[in-house]
Design a protein around this ligand. Sequence first.
Ligand SMILES: Cc1ncc(C[n+]2csc(CCOP(=O)(O)OP(=O)(O)O)c2C)c(N)n1
Length: 588
Amino acid sequence: MVHNAHIHGGQIVADVLKVNKVKVVFTLTGGHISPILIGCQNNDIDVIDVRHEANAVFAADAVSRLSTSLGVAIVTAGPGVTNTVTALKNAQMAESPLILIGGAPPTILEGRGALQDIDQINLVKTVVKGSFAISKVKDIEPKLSKAIEMALSGVRGPVFVQLPIDTLYPEETVRTGYGIKKDPKGFMNKFMNWYVKRSANKVLFGLTDNIIPVEVKPKNFEVNDTTIFKALGLLQSASKPVFLLGSQIINSSESLTDLKDALESLNIPLFLSGMARGLLGKDHNLQFRHKRSYALKNADLVILFGVPLDFRLDYGRHISRKSYLISINRNKFLLKQNRIFRKIQLQIHSDPKDFLLKLSEYKRSKNILFPNLKPWFDELKKVNSERDAEIDKLAEEEPVENINPLAAAKIIDNYLTEKSVLIGDGGDWIATLSYIIQPRGGLKWLDPGVFGTLGSGGGFALASKYINPDNTVWLFYGDGSSLYSVMELDTMKRHNLPIIMIIGNDAAWAQIAREQVEIFANELATRLEHTDYHLIAEAFQSVGIIVKQISELDGALQKAIEINKQGQSVIINLVLSKSDFRKGSISM
Ligand SMILES: Cc1ncc(C[n+]2csc(CCOP(=O)(O)OP(=O)(O)O)c2C)c(N)n1
């Protein structure tokens, strides 16, 4: 329940979060922030305490991506905040909304040598959408509400809110902490006491007010009818149209069915990327998984729904100059980026999901017909099947030692269901997997996104299991990546969030080694060992399994699923051979 008679600023923070339907916060504690955590507990908001601040932010990011709730992370002042920087940047690049609350030293001591006092606002400036420095209790409610509105509106992203310790603790504690005396002696002492008391009064003013926070309504985009009709007109005359759908298309789990219906009624060949992966389930006839560049080179109309012209599309150069290009994006900057490489004929600054839904609604209501696209579908199917056959052949190759990653991926895919949430955190092995395993539904696939951050897996997995307790969460790690966050096994254990982890153990930072060795004939800093990663599980009363031969994999997966159902996390240490499958796929 929301408390109106606040006993401390931490409770006001928790009340604002509660009114905005926040169900969980992720934290690594510190004296600066305790009152907020206590307030959350008072309000029945779950508090999940993790083992590294970055993971608190990765988890908050994943909550926002996977549910209709806003992700929130709460960390202590100084090193607590600095530890979040990479995860904040990752969320900013992925346009994932979240609130990071950071503690700070008392307002009166700012810049005077207090513990953990650094310029946090300037530090995070370039990695967040916005930041708010609160210095008075009475500003907590309006500024935190503004921060939430900012995170969720327009191009969404992380917002930082700084709350000094004296805005959060009960009045008595703050006054004692300020060293306010009842009866000071002497002129200087009296003057100091007056100054300190005045400062405390300023900070605490409003604490006893009856503050009733209200839920924030984010500002959303309008969809302009003229652009819808223009797109429909172009689709009416296109014989080789193709849709690319990216993460911006998925704003909430509520619209997944509507999105699927809309795509089916439009009936255009499409490719899914980022968070949009899995939207249509396994083997849908509209979706093509391979040879996207072929489709983009041969299409006459390309529509990008929330997909930027970045390195993944070779900055636009993957798209034939002869085709007409439409891009719908929430981000104005991304609509203009790289026009030197590829002009976008129709730039639509709007929400791609709303645009898509309206496109199909108008097509239906106005009885608009598109040309017969069967020849184009057949052409794409043919190149797609050719690639599938190539992959099948490579999967059958016997490696000199250990396990062929393609063969392993094919077996793993057999165990996935509509209740499997898949998380990728690694290089080569993860990219190989993503060619083969298929998420069985929308919001069932999570990777860091365009920032390509190793280490997001542990936090993502915690949030995924929290959001989907009856789903099986599979965390696929590279061996290099795994040690960034595998210690979150401890949080998984304490908070009953059991995960299946599969570590692709190729004894290398293989994605880097592949190019480096070819270019410089030197393995420097890219070699690891076939470490016994599965033994880590034992330290956390979890289960570790080593798989050295492909024939052992089915048994290991069955065992892992069974153990996981009973509430334990499992690490499968999958010993892989080197593979040339992704040769030549360096990203510049
Ligand atoms: C935080 C971070 N550090 C370094 C990199 C550079 N990097 C990209 S892929 C990769 C190799 C990943 O190795 P591993 O997790 O073992 O997966 P593998 O490529 O061996 O399958 C590295 C080091 C990165 N993307 N992010």
